[in-house]
Ligand binder design. Structure first.
Ligand SMILES: [Zn+2]
Ligand SMILES: [Zn+2]
Length: 226
């Protein structure tokens, strides 16, 4: 599982870094040393992410652990989109509060400073975390599948959204169209314009997928223009 997570990181971050080179030539100029550091931390994170994921996948196959199901008729069809939204919300909630905690001085110095050493972040920074932060990220999806019944296909979709948003939020330019980012829907969604501001100002915009917690807790400072 560690090899899969590492390979997934290299292929997807590599793809978006390549696209960045095409649509924003020179954006990562002079960042070679930073990118090498981002890849190093990300591969260590991949090893950490692989462990709970591997144990959970093994327990599911061998012992029927987790609430992952493969028969689409096992739950009503409407449950599939609802379970996806619920998983995203739970992941987002866990991320928001652990992220706020990691901005306290001690955990920041000890762990989260690694992620913020990317100035500005690149497509390679998606998993650039200190091992302590990687552990907080690695346990969340394996824990969710023990409490939320989720179809294997929906789980795949969730992991795809997690991977793509993790990369695109860091790649230094906005992938999504302006009309969406600046719309009423965009008011609740996190894309690069939102997370880039977190990397500029630190004490705001802590969320992962949704701006719900940032709006509720008064930590949303709007968008940057990467
Ligand atoms: Zn970040
Ligand atoms: Zn942060």
């Amino acid at each position: 599982m560690t090899a899969i997570v590492g390979l997934r990181y290299l292929l997807t971050s590599g793809l978006f870094a390549w696209i960045t080179g095409k649509v924003r030539p020179g954006l990562y100029k002079g960042l070679d040393r930073q990118i090498r550091r981002e890849i190093g931390w990300s591969l260590i994170s991949a090893a950490i992410y692989g462990l709970p994921a591997g144990v959970t996948a093994w327990g599911w196959r061998e012992h029927g652990w987790t609430l992952i199901y493969t028969d689409p008729a096992a739950h009503p069809l409407w449950w599939m989109p609802v379970s996806l939204l619920l998983c995203l919300f739970l992941h987002d909630t866990w991320f928001y509060w652990t992220h706020r905690w990691m901005h306290w001085p001690r955990p920041f110095r000890m762990a989260h400073a690694v992620h913020h050493a990317s100035r500005p972040p690149t497509a390679w920074a998606a998993m650039s975390f200190h091992p302590v932060e990687a552990v907080t990220g690695a346990v969340v999806i394996p824990a969710i599948v023990f409490i939320v019944p989720v179809h294997a296909g929906i789980l795949g979709l969730l992991l795809t959204i997690m991977t793509v948003m993790g990369i695109t939020n860091h790649m230094g330019w906005e992938l999504f169209p302006r009309w969406l980012v600046h719309s009423r829907v965009g008011h609740w969604l996190i894309t690069a314009s939102h997370h880039h501001r977190h990397h500029e100002s630190y004490q705001c915009n802590y969320g992962l997928y949704f701006r719900f917690w940032d709006h509720l807790c008064g930590t949303d400072r709007g968008l940057s223009s990467p």
